[in-house]
Write a protein that binds this ligand. Structure first.
Ligand SMILES: [Zn+2]
Length: 382
């Protein structure tokens, strides 16, 4: 193993690694052409990568047109290291120990728990213990997703729990030697889509649950803005002087189009004590007209938010991450129908393939980008 396993990988090494990852099978000669590095450098770097177990030799390629020996091909080894990824909500924790390609080794989920500045460290320590008890493989990073604004690992604002009152990054760094990242959950969901699900260069991912957040990725880099608050599309104003929002504005999109608001509205319309995604589905399946109208209304309001995203970020793809939209693909066509401006002509609107796991995948993606020192990292296999 390398002497300092957490040092930032040297640029040429990352270049070679990226060539191997992108091409699946590639020879040293092809790598030299691809990267512009000379053959001696390619040989030396690939030897280090082989020694570290990050790549392996596989099969024999075709001989060049000039004849000569058939070259040995190189392949990336995504099982060379492990990553810890957590998603911490107000009353739940989801965690995974996964390989570099996102394949989970162990996952845990704790529901109906109290997450606060008092409990979070012990909770994470216990969860890490549970996840790593059966492994002694190298862990190269850990990411913790929180529901709130995060700027450079500092939790700035968490409206629904008090994690913004402690330095979680420092407290965790005191306990563990591997690199640790704290990031907003919607940002991570977007990064998860970029690395593990889509081949697009720019994308916006909309995470819709109790609020509406967006993550913006451009060339593998999260666009978070100066204060870490870019993509807070749920707080764009839909109705001037509308409903009050905890952010200080009135009439914010998420006060009208979030899943929680949809559930509340349906509960009131149908005279039910509470509504969740399962109940929505039952209502949809029973062809309930009022439910259909509420969903159509939700799609219309959301299309206004998406229209605003298109004008500001001009992405190739907008990914919608919502259990309601995943269960009812017809809603997606409704949104597309409402997007009539010339700015919406070429954009692809689609449901998330990673679904409720997108944030955890995003944590793995962030650690993986850091460990390999590759921003434009694509690890999906299809
Ligand atoms: Zn707001």
């Amino acid at each position: 193993m390398v002497v300092n396993k957490y040092k930032i990988r040297e640029q040429n090494e990352s270049l070679i690694l990226k060539g191997i990852i992108d091409h699946k099978n590639i020879s040293r000669a092809e790598l030299a052409v691809l990267t512009g590095l000379n053959k001696a450098s390619v040989s030396s770097i690939t030897k280090t990568l082989l020694d570290d177990g990050l790549i392996f030799e596989t099969g024999i390629g075709n001989a060049s047109t000039l004849g000569g020996r058939k070259p040995i091909l190189l392949q990336f080894n995504p099982k060379a290291a492990l990553i810890l990824s957590f998603d911490i909500g107000v009353d739940y924790l989801k965690g995974t120990l996964a390989y570099l390609d996102g394949e989970a080794v162990v996952t845990i989920q704790k529901k109906r728990i109290v997450v606060s500045s008092e409990t979070v460290i012990a909770l994470l320590q216990q969860s890490i213990k549970e996840l790593t008890v059966k492994t002694d493989s190298l862990i190269v990073g850990m990411c913790v997703a929180v529901h709130g604004v995060v700027n450079q690992n500092e939790i700035v604002f968490t409206p629904y729990y008090d994690l913004d009152t402690i330095d979680l990054h420092q407290k965790l760094s005191d306990h563990f030697e591997f690199p640790i990242f704290i990031e907003n959950e919607a940002n991570l969901a977007a990064l998860g889509e970029y690395v593990f699900s889509l081949d697009s260069k720019t994308l916006v991912s909309l995470s819709i649950h109790s609020g509406i957040g967006a993550g913006i990725v451009d060339g593998g880099i999260l666009r978070k803005g100066h204060f870490g608050e870019a993509g807070e599309i749920g707080h764009s104003i839909l109705y001037p002087n509308g409903k009050k929002c905890p952010c200080g504005n009135r009439g914010c999109l998420e006060q009208y189009a979030s899943n929680s608001v949809l559930y509340e509205n349906l509960a009131s319309i149908k005279g039910l004590e509470y509504v969740d995604s399962t109940i929505v589905q039952k209502l949809v399946e029973s062809d309930d007209e009022k439910t259909a109208a509420a969903l159509a209304d939700n799609a219309f309001l959301l299309s206004i938010g998406i229209n605003n995203i298109l004008t500001v970020y001009d992405p190739e793809v907008v990914v919608i991450n919502s259990s309601i939209y995943r269960n009812n693909p017809a809603l997606l066509s409704m949104i597309t129908t409402h997007l009539t401006s010339r700015f919406a002509r070429n954009v692809q609107i689609q449901n998330s393939k990673l679904g409720s796991q997108a944030t955890l995948f995003g944590g793995i993606a962030l650690c993986c980008q850091n460990f390999l020192n590759i921003k434009e990292l694509k690890l999906y296999s299809n």
